[in-house]
Write a protein that binds this ligand. Sequence first.
Ligand code: FES
Length: 123
Amino acid sequence: MKERNGKRRVAVAPVDEFPPGARLEIKVGNRSIAVFNVKGEYFAIFGLCPHQSAPLSRGRLQGTVVCNEHTNWEKEWAHDGEVLVCPGHAMEFDLRTGKAFGYGMKLRTYDVIVEDDWVTVIL
Ligand code: FES
């Protein structure tokens, strides 16, 4: 773990060993963080489900149907590959924001950068 500008950085994996579709769970102290490569974009989210602590790094990634004022109240497929489904009881989380679909809760998300050819989570 490195520190720069007052922020801790955790090197997760070399970029060439973390291709699209890859995922890892890392531990930082007693904190679990799930890291994903979705179509070349990296995401990191708190790694334990707030319901019964299932490991979110093992969750399925999918999209979801939305219907709201932005879709003119028509059903539309959205967030393709960015909806993380808890392997415990299928609660769904937006990988980008950490928000749970249909529930008023939000998981912490973390910035992910590539630094010196390593996928790196900023804490
Ligand atoms: S442990 Fe995640 S929904 Fe129950």
